[in-house]
Design a protein around this ligand. Structure first.
Ligand SMILES: [Zn+2]
Length: 219
């Protein structure tokens, strides 16, 4: 079984895929049409005074049974939106995830230390750090506070931090994803992960199924 924990591609060939939908563009029909989705306000999509509408939509839609996670939401130091604004909207969405007991799919660029600070306020929440690309120390700190790290196309980039750190990530604390990559499908990413970990594909599939079920329940 192939599980794609974070994708923007409705046609992903995974057996189970969590399709990301932007809360501001996700009408009820789009949401109803998918088996597993994540719904949230991405930091790139924060626009003037839309937050309250986005939060209102989230409040109405997060309880839907096919909304498996809040996401992707988070913090990004590479964009112009003021960091304090991003933090405020991130926290408001995390509060909603608490209210509806949903796991959270996190987008983080140059902000892992901020995440670690914020995570202290949400000790029981399950976070998936999508497209993780930090060093081993950060990886271990995140894992220690109920975060699962998700890897994708960077497993093919030998000079990325993700590639360098991947072998040292415990087998029970990671997942795999295609994100918005056109180049790789989830099967390619599983094969590459199995190769880098030097384990048989079926062993990898078994452990990723169990990692997924620990967060989302039995599939
Ligand atoms: Zn994404």
């Amino acid at each position: 079984m192939y599980i794609d924990v974070h994708t923007h591609k409705k046609g992903s060939s995974a057996d189970i895929k969590i399709i990301n939908i932007q809360v501001m563009s996700g009408n009820t029909d789009t949401i109803n049409g998918q088996q597993h989705i994540s719904l949230g306000l991405h930091p790139w999509s924060i626009k003037n005074n839309q937050e309250s509408k986005a939060l209102e939509n989230l409040t109405n839609q997060l309880a839907m049974p096919n909304v498996f996670a809040l996401g992707e939401v988070g913090l990004d130091r590479s964009i112009n939106t003021p960091f304090e604004t991003q933090k405020k909207i991130f926290a408001q969405q995390l509060d909603l995830a608490n209210k509806f007991s949903k796991p959270v799919i996190i987008h983080s660029v140059r902000s892992y230390s901020d995440l670690l600070e914020i995570k202290k306020n949400y000790p029981q929440q399950l976070w998936i750090i999508h497209d993780f690309n930090g060093n081993l120390q950060i990886a271990n700190q995140l894992i220690a506070c109920l975060c699962t790290l998700s890897f994708g196309a960077k497993l093919f980039q030998t000079n990325s931090k993700a590639y360098k750190v991947f072998l040292s990530i415990p087998d029970d604390h990671f997942l795999l994803e295609t994100d918005d990559q056109a180049k790789y499908d989830i099967q390619n990413i599983y094969q590459q992960a199995a190769k880098l970990k030097n384990i048989p594909l079926d062993v990898l599939q078994q452990s990723l199924k169990s990692n997924f079920e620990k967060i989302f329940g039995a599939v």
